[in-house]
Design a protein around this ligand. Structure first.
Ligand code: IPE
Ligand code: IPE
Ligand code: MG
Length: 260
């Protein structure tokens, strides 16, 4: 499977000038709203609008996968009225956007423990996923009730169910038996991770997949993140040297080979 051959720890992955997969923690909706004396909820609404623009900008730039953190497994700790507002907003956004996503060749997936959501939301998710499942031009993945630790544990469970012999003490576990069970098994590992809103942490997003991802942090609050902000992030990415454990001289030598 493609995913195995591109594991950053098993092989040196192909690096493209434009990141093929961008993962984003869309943070700062509440602070954006507070700074304008608006309710936090307005910030979340503007956050959906920003996501729409960023999807378009990514497609224009030649990015193939965009994975965004919409609701973490820890966000249930927020006040109940904010949680239920976010659930309602999620349903509305799915229903409003699905047609356009479908027409524009976008495949939408939602990853996370969806069993915690109400029936209406789960149905909206299934409908949107089914409506876009034939698309392959661009892959938009929304992480909802997602946690990186949850993902690794649920994948481990599935792997052991399939390979009970691996539970025996001392038997080595090859990573390629685990990765097909991770929620992002359909995508290459992210090339670029962006977090808006000024915090510099992963907050339990894609723990496994970020092993060799380039990180980009910006003070910009998510509702203000637009095409020009995305370009800044991609430009920063293009100045990085991705070594994957090798020396700079080795990387330079590899780059000097003519493209065949
Ligand atoms: C990110 O913005 C959106 C979600 C977590 C749902 P926040 O709501 O975390 O905004 P801040 O960080 O409080 O500004
Ligand atoms: C991370 O943001 C989750 C999402 C953007 C969905 P948080 O705002 O919840 O993260 P912390 O609590 O500041 O780490
Ligand atoms: Mg936040």
């Amino acid at each position: 499977m493609q995913q195995h051959s591109q594991s950053s720890t098993l092989v040196v992955p192909t690096v493209h000038a434009v990141p093929q997969h961008i993962a984003v923690i869309m943070d700062g909706n509440g602070r954006w709203a507070n700074a304008r004396r608006l309710p936090r909820m307005v910030g979340h609404e503007r956050g959906v609008a920003a996501l729409r623009q960023v999807v378009e900008a990514c497609m224009k730039q030649g990015v193939r996968y965009l994975s965004v953190f919409a609701f973490s497994s820890e966000n249930w700790r927020r006040p109940e009225e904010e949680v239920s507002f976010l659930m309602g907003l999620f349903i509305k956004a799915l229903e409003r956007e699905v047609r356009e996503l479908k027409e524009n060749g976008v495949r939408l997936r939602v990853i996370g423990d969806l069993s915690a959501f109400n029936t209406k939301l789960r149905q909206a998710i299934s409908r949107a996923e089914a409506a876009t499942e034939m698309n392959d031009r661009f892959h938009l993945t929304v992480a909802a009730n997602y946690g990186g630790r949850w993902d690794i544990l649920q994948a481990t469970r599935k792997m052991l169910d399939q390979h009970p012999e691996l539970a025996v003490s001392g038997v080595p576990i090859p990573e390629e038996l685990l990765t097909p069970h991770l929620s992002m098994n359909f995508a290459p590992e992210p090339d670029l991770f962006i977090r808006t809103g000024g915090e510099e942490r992963i907050s339990n997003f894609l723990l496994w997949q970020l092993a060799y991802t380039e990180f980009y942090f910006t003070e910009c609050f998510w509702p203000e993140f637009d095409e020009s902000q995305l370009e800044l992030a991609i430009q920063s990415y293009q100045r990085r040297e991705r070594r994957f454990g090798r020396t700079p001289a080795q990387v330079a030598q590899e780059c000097s080979y003519p493209a065949s």
